[in-house]
Design a protein around this ligand. Structure first.
Ligand SMILES: [Cu+2]
Length: 699
């Protein structure tokens, strides 16, 4: 049969059958037949015949003849292909190696293509990387010569793909099952699992091994080796996952349900002593933040047996023995066979981020660090103009109206916020995913004594800023005041770990949070909390603070500040309160500027400003004056009515840290009225801070 006639025959076969035959025969002279059997031994002990293969799945092609004897073989396989690869790190070598063995691949040699059976892997062409997952057709042609003369050939099309639906045919399944030892009776127990089990059985905790084999360094190598494999076969490198977020779900993330537990993200927040910001709860050695661990061993010894193991066993089913290589719990995240579970690689991705964070603080103590991430510039906006300016410093305008943090009284439960679906329909909670939990327009004034939820926006839109591997945002609250100093006037919300976010890609802006918090009761002289946010990443220059928060927030795009009170319009708007405070080191004559937005001026909204006795006497001592305000009555206790869109009380003489209280009363307004009152405190050195009262239907 000539090749062209065979193609017609094959096309007929394909047209008649839904799937191509796994065993494909060609006719040769005299009624003899030549057959190709395609099979794989990646997931089974005995090779299983199939016609669709995955990238990363071992393919075995075997020729058989009936009615004649084959003298010579010549295989032509549509590429690209590799004959084999080595994922072995060399962990089991004795004596131990000074470094991990390199990743290598081997091409098919001419001699491999002239025998009865050929084993290899299909690898993608440049156009066949994720998200182009196929199926792609790859033809195999076998041409043989017959003993005693004559020749014949057969061409068979096969499909190669990345599976998007079957949890047993994902990258992890092939990677961890391939290269099974000859003795193994469990088809899913490949070299990768064996090497991981060997490490836990023989290396873990033995400090005489070279530094690359210690817990954090070795697992970093182990993970990067899988990433090289994935790149070879066109699978995306998996994003790390922070265990304080829900488990992602979908074929790329799921394991057999029997190997998993119900996962509770809130039980797996990162202990604050492993964060950059730190917290108030010490680790057993007294450490409050990551940089407090004097040596890498101090960090590693604390981390491995506690948080590391806890997350493993909060995902994976209990039972079985830790080192088992088969059995019902083989592949559980709670056993040494955990690399079978896709979440192993996402969890260790996060662990490697913490390792990189630690090594950035203590490079000298990290002899085998994971490669450091390049400098980046994650930021939060100070005001709407700052967004237009894309975070250029110093930011213009007023700085206490950040649109990038807001409070909700209930958690946002939409998929877009919690677990956005990716192009596979997977619900993703790993890094690299843009979340949408709303905007500052959703802000609700916090209610004291009950759990509220803070959300925020984190931006990675600065030019030349690469992917941010890890960022955390420390959130602090202070009593509403136009004069605030960080850290003196602020309390840290201990749940800053919920603003931990991973792999923010260049050019993306994502929601962060929630941070659950219970606002404490307010004293009568304040009616809301001011929020101060600090974005920290080892890839970014830490904020430079100390010039007062107004200057600091203007000069650092990784600082943000929100001092906004939402006032509901209507007949009975409750009064607002805030603190005026001298945060300087000298006596100062402070001024308060009032700016009324045009909507409120047009509606002739009555605004009354009442100073407490301390501020009345401060004004007297400072020879103060007022502009755009008129006394409401004969007594100073009756306060002053604002009569102009711009008003000022100047000359409030206050000693350092001295403070007084201001009350603002709004007269009746139509429910539809919107607008704002911006109050700015000005000292000898310029703007100190401020409070904005926003008329909105939400309160
Ligand atoms: Cu682990």
């Amino acid at each position: 049969m000539t090749p062209s006639r065979f193609f017609a025959f094959a096309a007929l076969l394909l047209g008649n059958l839904a799937a191509p035959l796994s065993v494909s025969a060609g006719s040769c002279t005299g009624g003899a037949t030549l057959t190709i059997t395609a099979s794989s031994d990646s997931l089974t002990i005995t090779p299983t015949a199939q016609t669709t293969f995955n990238f990363g799945e071992h393919v075995i092609l075997t020729a058989t003849a009936s009615g004649f004897t084959i003298a010579t073989y010549s295989w032509t396989i549509d590429g690209p292909t590799i004959k084999d690869y080595s994922e072995d790190l060399g962990t089991e070598a004795s004596p131990p190696q000074a470094a991990a063995s390199p990743w290598t691949t081997t091409p098919l040699a001419p001699s491999d293509l002239s025998v009865a059976s050929v084993g290899f892997y299909w690898v993608p062409s440049a156009a066949q990387f994720e998200p182009n997952n196929g199926p792609f057709t790859r033809n195999v042609t076998l041409a043989v010569t017959e003993t005693g003369g004559g020749s014949c050939s057969v061409t068979v099309p096969y499909s190669v793909e990345r599976n998007e639906t079957d949890i047993t045919r994902q990258a992890e399944d092939f990677y961890t099952s391939n290269h099974r030892s000859a003795m193994s009776t469990n088809p899913l127990d490949g070299h990768v699992v064996d090497e991981h089990i060997f490490w836990h059985m023989n290396v873990d905790g033995v400090t005489t091994f070279p530094s690359w084999m210690h817990f954090l360094a070795w697992h970093g190598e182990f993970m990067r080796r899988f990433n090289l494999w994935r790149q070879e076969f066109g699978y995306n490198v998996p994003a790390p996952w922070y265990p304080g977020r829900p488990l992602p779900s979908g074929p790329q993330f799921d394991a057999d349900a029997g190997l998993r537990q119900v996962y509770v993200a809130d039980n797996n927040h990162i202990p604050t002593y492993y964060t950059i910001t730190g917290g108030s709860t010490p680790d057993s050695g007294g450490q409050l933040k990551l940089s407090d661990y004097t040596t890498l061993d101090d960090f590693s010894n604390s981390f491995e047996g506690s948080y590391h193991g806890q997350v493993h066993c909060n995902i994976g089913a209990f039972g079985g023995s830790f080192f088992e290589t088969s059995g019902p719990n083989f592949g559980s995240m709670c056993l040494a066979s955990s690399p079978k579970d896709p979440m192993f690689w996402r969890w260790h991705g996060f662990i490697d981020v913490l390792y990189r964070n630690y090594c950035s603080f203590n490079a000298a103590g990290c002899p085998s660090p994971s490669p450091a991430d390049p400098a980046a510039d994650p930021w939060m906006a100070d005001n709407p103009t700052d967004i237009v300016d894309n975070g250029t410093v110093p930011s213009p305008g007023i700085h206490w109206i950040s649109p990038d943090v807001w409070n909700r009284r209930a958690e946002v439960t939409t998929n877009a916020c919690v677990q956005p679906p990716d192009s596979y329909g997977d619900l993703v909670t790993t890094g690299g995913i843009v979340r949408d939990c709303g905007t500052s327009a959703d802000h609700e004034n916090p209610i004291t004594g009950v759990t509220n939820y803070l959300y925020g926006t984190l931006r990675n839109t600065r030019s030349n800023s690469p992917s941010v591997a890890y960022a955390e945002v420390g959130v602090y609250y202070g009593l509403a005041s136009s004069g605030l100093t960080y850290p003196t006037d602020f309390t840290m919300i201990p749940e800053t770990r919920q603003f931990t976010t991973l792999q923010i890609e260049p050019g993306t802006t994502t929601s962060i949070g929630p941070i659950p918090w219970i606002p404490p009761a307010l004293p009568p002289t304040s009616d809301h909390y001011c929020l101060y946010l600090r974005v920290l990443s080892v890839q970014a220059t830490p904020p430079v603070e100390g010039l007062g928060i107004n200057t600091d927030v203007a000069n650092n795009n990784n600082l943000a500040w929100r001092n906004i009170k939402i006032v509901a319009p209507g007949d009975t708007s409750a009064p607002s309160f805030f603190i005026v405070r001298n945060i300087g080191e000298q006596m100062d004559r402070l001024a308060l500027h009032f700016e009324i937005s045009p909507e409120l001026v047009r509606e002739r909204v009555s605004i009354r400003v009442i100073l407490d006795e301390g501020l009345i006497s401060a004004m007297r001592e400072g020879k103060g004056r007022m502009e755009g305000l008129e006394p409401e009555g004969k007594d100073t206790k009756d306060g002053y009515r604002i009569t102009s869109p711009k008003a000022e009380i100047a000359g409030l003489l206050l000693a350092p840290r001295e403070e007084g209280h201001v009350k603002i009363e709004l007269g009746p307004t139509k429910a539809s009225v919107r607008g704002e009152i911006t109050i700015t405190q000005i000292g000898a050195k310029g703007v100190v801070g401020g409070v904005t009262m926003l008329l909105a239907s939400k309160k």
